[in-house]
Design a protein around this ligand. Structure first.
Ligand code: ATR
Length: 270
């Protein structure tokens, strides 16, 4: 019997997740279906109840429901606990297992696909909201020297406190970045959605630096700035999207799909 999965979000119409998981299923010979489901903004829990009653095996969770999914889960992975957000749910009898594969997806894309190794490199994460929380623990796990900059400094302070026991995080205001240079700068802010550029100073990219935007699609103001200010490699977040999906597929099916051919198909569609 075909096992059913879905992605839940609002909006959801443009999600690439059904296409990605269908490609994974074909490639690995797994008998699954995967659809996009729009949940009303006040109807996440009832949508999950409907899926569980309908014998779905799990779902992906996207904006704006990752925190609600975290609260709804009856069991959490360590990385979901750290992120305080869940992007992958697995239904198993009475258990709702919550995981977060976003950070792992980011690290795989940077270190494996882009072949950029973070150990001992100076990494600057821009943002201290949900997207940033999701990737902090895996970033610390690479052995990178991690700094966080945020528009509202208090939010960066809170983030550093939350992760204090996991590793050292240096925090900055944008106005304090003047004399700093970084090997890797990751945009985890929502600034790109508004077409805005966080106020980065000139000279912020060290020689050979990587600029990574967790958004994907058309070139963001941050990636344009990076290209024009000395970043050696610039990347959008399409690879992260596919890698986090592959990790979710592994959580559900115990099988790890190949990501490169899937990324290549999606790149052609961009
Ligand atoms: P998400 O879940 O996408 O992370 P969020 O939790 O609302 O969304 O967090 C958005 C992040 O982007 C925050 O760190 C926000 O900074 P503030 O804490 O000061 O609000 C950051 N952000 C949004 N627009 C920005 C901009 N134009 N320049 C710099 N940072 C911005």
């Amino acid at each position: 019997m075909t096992d059913k999965y879905a992605v839940i979000g609002n909006p959801i119409a443009h999600s690439k997740s059904p296409q990605i998981h269908q490609m994974f299923a074909l490639q690995t010979g797994q008998d699954i279906s995967y659809e996009a489901i729009l949940a009303p903004l006040d109807g996440f829990a009832s949508t999950i109840a409907r899926l569980r009653n309908g014998a779905y095996k799990g779902c992906s969770v996207t904006v704006p429901f990752k925190f609600e999914a975290f609260q709804l889960a009856t069991q959490l992975s360590k990385r979901a606990q750290a992120a305080q957000a869940v992007n992958t749910l697995k239904f198993d009898g009475g258990t709702i297992f919550g995981d977060n594969t976003d950070g792992s997806g980011l690290i795989s894309d940077i270190q494996q696909n882009l072949n950029f190794h973070l150990k001992a490199r100076r990494t600057l994460l821009m943002g201290a909201g949900g997207a940033a929380y999701g990737v902090i623990l895996p970033l610390l796990g690479t052995g990178s020297k991690l700094s966080v900059v945020n528009r509202t400094f208090e939010n960066a302070q809170r983030l550093a406190e939350v992760f204090l026991s996991q590793g050292n995080i240096e925090i900055f205001r944008y106005s304090e970045l003047g004399k700093q240079a970084f090997d890797c700068i990751i945009n985890a802010t929502s600034s790109s959605i508004a077409g805005e550029l966080p106020p980065l100073p000139h000279g912020i990219f060290a020689p050979g630096a990587l600029a990574y935007d967790m958004m994907y699609g058309s070139e963001t103001p941050f990636l344009k700035f990076a290209r024009e200010h000395g970043a050696a490699v610039v990347s959008d977040g399409l690879g992260m999207l596919v890698e986090q999906a592959a990790e979710a597929f592994f959580v559900w099916r115990g099988v790890r799909p190949e990501t490169a051919p899937v990324i290549a198909v999606l790149r052609k569609q961009q």
